[in-house]
Design a protein around this ligand. Structure first.
Ligand SMILES: Nc1ncnc2c1ncn2[C@@H]1O[C@H](COP(=O)(O)OP(=O)(O)OP(=O)(O)O)[C@@H](O)[C@H]1O
Ligand SMILES: [Mg+2]
Length: 319
């Protein structure tokens, strides 16, 4: 049975896929559900506070199926807390959260179990288990949700996910301490992809990477979104990432999501943080870099060559 053979409500067609019974787990059918609604994540009226410190107040956000949604905001505005609220690691003071059309805030706890194996998370900082190899790290969610899978198949799935994340095959048997920062991020991504998620949460995936490594990670994210049909909730400070791969960007400020739109549309908004962020010197440099990339695609046209020279000189003067 392919993912396309499902009803519009996202419910699987009756009957287990071939071989599903072999794992002895009737719940394995859930793995084949795919959400067909418009908004896999809906947050309404979210309020979070720690003691006196209010982080979110009446925050609302809808994430569209299949998009890469960038989430930006100053440090400490509550981006990671928002992500933790959505995946159920932070119980909100108030508000309603729905993932794949199921309420995670006032629904049956069983509902939460039914959706947790349909998302993957790359936490800020990676959060790999240091005493486990990369392969064993990837196997953690597999063992948790599908304990019936035999170990040879489990190793094979882990190896595939490691390679899908752009790591060499040898990385499977390496420990996190033996990896570079960029490789650790990819190992974390491999673990996030372990369960073939429909929804991917990435918290600052390119922080700490050099520009070339960050651009490669961005391309990988975009490729995975396009080929696996993922919806991506991507927290980032990286302006290049926002320009290059995000379909829309949500801006967190004043305890809320103050705007969700494409970058060009956000840049028109008259909000001091948005203006400083997107139209400040770093924002303009990212935009110039993107314009240069676009123009390089048309290098055969003499007018483009001259424009690139002009932009290069301009960027040189600003640097
Ligand atoms: N478990 C917690 N207990 C108390 N305070 C917390 C807890 N988790 C987060 N906070 C506070 O909530 C605020 C928002 O934190 P959060 O980690 O969401 O920020 P952020 O927007 O992700 O920042 P950054 O861009 O630096 O990652 C911070 O002031 C932080 O200190
Ligand atoms: Mg954070």
């Amino acid at each position: 049975m392919t993912p396309d053979e499902h009803t519009d409500e996202g419910k699987p067609i009756e009957g287990a896929p071939d071989g599903a019974e072999a794992f002895g787990d009737p719940d394995i059918n859930r793995h084949y559900e795919r959400y067909r609604g418009e908004y896999p994540i809906v947050v309404e009226g979210l309020t979070n506070s720690f003691g006196e410190q209010v982080i979110h107040q009446d925050l609302s956000l809808k994430v569209r199926r299949g998009e890469i949604l960038g989430v930006v905001g100053g440090s400490g505005t509550g981006k990671s807390v928002l992500m933790r609220s959505i995946i159920g690691l932070q119980t909100p003071d108030e508000g309603h959260i729905e993932v794949f059309g199921r309420s995670l805030t006032d629904g049956d706890p069983e509902e939460v179990v039914g959706v947790r194996n349909r998302w993957g998370v790359l936490f800020q900082g990676g959060a790999l288990f240091s005493t486990l190899t990369v392969g064993e790290n990837v196997e953690v969610p597999l063992k948790q949700f599908y304990p019936g899978i035999e170990s040879a198949l489990m190793h094979e799935i882990a190896r595939y996910k490691v390679m899908l994340s752009g790591l060499p095959e040898e990385a499977v048997s390496k420990y996190p301490s033996e990896l570079s920062g960029g490789m650790k991020k990819r190992a974390g991504l491999a673990r996030a992809l372990a369960l073939d998620p429909e929804l991917l949460f990435l918290d600052e995936p390119t922080a700490g990477l050099d520009p070339i490594g960050a651009a490669a990670f961005d391309r990988l994210t975009k490729e995975l979104q396009a080929t696996l049909g993922l919806t991506v909730f991507l927290i980032t400070h990286d302006l290049d990432t926002l320009h290059e791969i995000c379909d829309r960007v949500a801006v967190l400020a004043d305890h809320k999501v103050i705007a969700v739109d494409t970058v060009p549309n956000l840049m028109k908004l008259d909000h001091p943080w948005i203006q400083e962020y997107f139209n400040g010197p770093r924002g303009r440099a990212a935009l110039t870099a993107q314009a240069l990339d676009e123009l390089r695609k048309h290098m055969d046209k003499p007018v483009a060559v001259n424009a690139i020279k002009a932009l290069d000189n301009d960027a040189g003067r600003k640097a």
